[in-house]
Design a protein around this ligand. Structure first.
Ligand SMILES: [Zn+2]
Length: 391
């Protein structure tokens, strides 16, 4: 087990252990599991979790079910870096988890992953659902708070409790984030980006988010949260209504590439086609389309340069909800070039030639996410899933 560490974070001396807090309430369910610091330089989530656990204890707030706080990359947290060798939020695939049990000499991030994996597994075996997973992050650029989710209807419903922008489908552009892995077992899982890494506001935003989430999950009663209205307002200050966004473009930084974002871009700032956004090896990188810039990279580690996103219409959101509720996704399997396996009914195997004329958008509408696999096939994986045994 990785030992606890003591750090100074946001002018506070704090102790970081793998389990940051644990409260067992009167009833058996629900169970809320919050993870903080899976990126070691994103400490706001850790401070906020410790604060919330302290308040629960000091004010003897009644809890229904269970509330857990888990820390992420403790070795990286101790050095205030995103990760040491491997990004701990890009390793959550069945193959990589299996490897944790096949190799004796695990490198540093794999040890962390194994501990987190075993704790999550134990909680899922021991406690009762519904389970709600919250992953707390911050960004290198200045930003208002936002949520990222896999586009399942359960995730959408839960994220509607927060009046902040929600970005759907970022997992199609990332390899192996923890929440995608958890989602595939049918659990609700929200990523919360609280603000810029160093800003104290990010801690406050995380605290507000955690209380709202505990109330939304019915773990805590609204009337027991003294500053509930303040928390609700402080998050919704940024956006009166909730908007959903989709990702249209991602700029990936290649190995050894010198990438430099133009200074001053704020998250959710509008950009126009051909606007100069960055320099790559001293060559200009311009926007490929009109849209909204998302997560521009202002730190050294990480290979996502920036994203371009756009707002999703209410019409699309409603239509996709109705289609999914009617369970008519099976018609996709009748299309030429689309097949599925009996054992994995949630998976569609699509011939890339078919995919060319059948827009990814169709699969998104029915709640599938795209996964590119090596042997010339495309996988589309259903996001709305029944809860299955976590392995
Ligand atoms: Zn992060």
């Amino acid at each position: 087990m990785i030992k606890q560490i003591e750090i100074e974070s946001f002018n506070e001396k704090i102790i970081v252990k793998r389990i940051l807090g644990k409260v067992k309430g009167s009833k058996e369910s629900p169970t809320v599991i919050a993870i903080a610091g899976i990126h070691g330089n994103e400490r706001a989530g850790i401070n906020s979790l410790l604060t919330v656990f302290k308040t629960i204890e000091a004010e003897q707030i009644k809890i229904k079910g269970n509330f857990y706080g888990i820390s992420g990359n403790i070795n990286a947290i101790s050095e205030n870096i995103r990760f040491k060798n491997v990004d701990l939020n890009r390793v959550w695939t069945s193959e990589k988890i299996l490897k944790l049990y096949l190799e004796d000499d695990l490198e540093i991030e794999s040890q962390e992953q194994k501990e987190i994996y075993e704790i999550i597994k134990e909680i899922l075996q021991k406690e009762n659902g519904p389970f709600y997973f919250l992953d707390l992050h911050t960004t290198s650029s200045d930003t208002q708070p936002f949520i990222t989710i896999s586009d399942s209807l359960d995730n959408r419903t839960f994220s509607s409790n927060f009046s902040i922008p929600t970005i759907l489908g970022i997992e199609e552009y990332l390899d192996g984030p923890l929440l995608t892995y958890i989602n595939e077992y049918g659990y609700v899982a929200l990523g919360f980006e609280a603000g810029q890494h160093e800003k104290k506001d990010s801690v406050d935003n995380c605290v507000a988010f955690l209380w709202l989430a505990l109330v939304a999950a019915k773990c805590v009663k609204k009337k027991h949260v003294k500053k509930y209205s303040f928390y609700k307002n402080s998050l919704s200050l940024f956006n009166e209504q909730q908007d959903f966004y989709k990702i249209d473009y991602k700029y990936t930084i290649k190995p050894f590439e010198q990438f430099k974002m133009i200074d001053g871009y704020k998250n959710f700032q509008k950009v126009i086609k051909d606007e100069l956004l960055a320099f790559s090896n001293e060559c200009e990188v311009v926007s490929a389309l009109n849209g909204i810039i998302f997560m521009p990279l202002y730190q050294k580690k990480g290979d996502d340069g920036f994203f371009i996103i756009s707002k999703i219409s209410k019409f699309w959101l409603n239509i996709s909800r109705v289609l999914r509720k009617l369970h008519i996704h099976n018609i996709l399997k009748l299309l030429p070039g689309v097949s599925s396996e009996k054992k994995k009914p949630y998976l569609l195997i699509v011939n890339p030639k078919t995919a060319k004329y059948l827009a990814t958008e169709i699969f998104h509408l029915f709640g599938y996410r795209k996964k590119v696999v090596k042997n010339d096939k495309l996988y589309f994986i259903k996001r709305d899933r029944k809860v299955s045994k976590f392995i």
